[in-house]
Design a protein around this ligand. Sequence first.
Ligand code: DGT
Ligand code: CA
Ligand code: CA
Length: 574
Amino acid sequence: MPVHNADITAIFTEIADLLEIQGANPFRTRAYRNAARILGDLPQEARLLVDRGDDLTRLPGIGNDLAGKINEIITTGRCGLLERLHRELPPAITELLKIPGLGPKRVKSLYHDLDVQTVEQLHRAAQDGRIRALSGFGEKIEQNILQAVEAHADQSQRFKLATAAQYAEALRAFLQAVPGVQQVTVAGSFRRMRETVGDLDILVTAKPGSPVMQRFTAYDEVAEVLSAGETRASILLKCCMQVDLRVVEQQSYGAALHYFTGSKAHNIAIRRIAQQLGLKVNEYGVFRDNQRIAGDSEESVFRAIGLPYIPPELREDRGEIEAARAWRLPQLVELTDLRGDLHAHTKATDGHDSLRDMALAAKEMGLEYIAITEHSRRLTVAHGLDPIQLARQCDEIDRLNAQLDGITLLKGIEVDILEDGSLDLPDGVLARLDLVVGAVHSRFELSRAKQTERILRAMDHPHFTLLAHPSGRLIEKREPYDVDMLRIIRHAGQRGCFLELNAHPERLDLLDSHCQSAKEEGVLVSINSDAHSTFDFSNLRYGVGQARRGWLEKTDVLNTRPLAALRKLIKKTM
Ligand code: DGT
Ligand code: CA
Ligand code: CA
């Protein structure tokens, strides 16, 4: 069974978590976490690198030991270290990590201090009020845990978009190679670029007699065939992802694609409009009195009911149909519209690559500029920079800019917004920079009023340019902190600041609805990679997907501006 990067990432992440719960050396833990991230962001399957005989230690952050582990996983599908950790720790402990708000550090104290080993024990401990007494917890956190445990009980598993993409792309290539197969499209929430995906819905057109069904159910990652018929089948992959396949006729392809792209709410609204016109829309076509009038392409389906083509990312019944009827659909931003990236790290802090390599990779992506925005000193886990180290980096950027061609490095910082809203570096230091990216990295649990005030105060700072990952959420891992986002957006407008849409697949933050608010308030959004290695620029596509779900057009996005125009926008006059 072929091993995907997502599988290796999952194993390394679990190893790091379990090591941390055990109380292992932090350097060792961090090495696995970094390796997980590198693998997760690798644009190519590690399996193919190994097949080709490439030396894995050439990847950033991968030494001999980790390369050996990757080899082991790829060749045997197993990892001895993980199996040992499973033997050493209670079997249900990894389940605890899936509760939003519980990271390895907290699970470690729950396990060592309260002997909590299962979700049920966690629930009881929270109900009994035993958690609040642990150091680093308190009553509010105990309440949050209780709520999260209860929400966790009735939640089915969803996959992050970027994880789903690894499975979807492999399956698409596999199906495309089956004899007689013509088109293969992954529809559903995946095509709508939702931040998480419940299952994959794949549509295929094929010549008569194509063995596509047999091949699909025999795909070597299948754990279980849930159903299999002539034109439809469902399988469960070993990673627990379900995949539905439909084989449709060419004349119905557009109608089926529209139907299975969804969303359900959008489909229902479209059907209602069709009914008003005396038409019937279903997955086979558009019909008038049982006569097919459209359906071979999606455009034909929309045209038949008097609408222009609506891009998949908008199909949520959130106003797109009204906009289409009025011929006022947005011209959504595209990946190729991006001219730069305003959030990137190097190995000076917790990134993996040099300034020069980051610059060259950005240029390769077709970008014209990137801002280097290391963490500031307060964030010690990321080796944040102090003023002297930052000044040294600025000098290096000046030197590099003099040598580089076709790409410009901007001087920035990802400065911590401290609890009182002040910034983690002195004014004089920030003044030398081209832009100041501010972010909240601590005290996520502040009340709504205090958290909002903290961020507004930070934006009042004369050098503040851009608020990074504005809600702080990590998808299915950490809830957004409680803030009045509309007030933050409006304040940004008044202060001439901008909001980031962080393209990292775990963040995708701003949320799509907040992108819409930013657009309405005239506040530009910057789609940034938050790159920690040269591979991470490829995540920009997920940020663009999220921006499109938030109705953003090229002009709504700060980093679609050419460098000269950008400089004017981010220049602070005070
Ligand atoms: P997911 O998988 O939970 O991330 O979300 P979707 O949107 O991929 O939903 P899924 O896989 O249940 O169904 C795929 C598409 O099929 C869905 O987006 C719209 C269409 N669909 C499913 N059930 C219905 C239904 O009852 N009525 C209509 N009109 N469309 C449906
Ligand atoms: Ca689906
Ligand atoms: Ca489905």
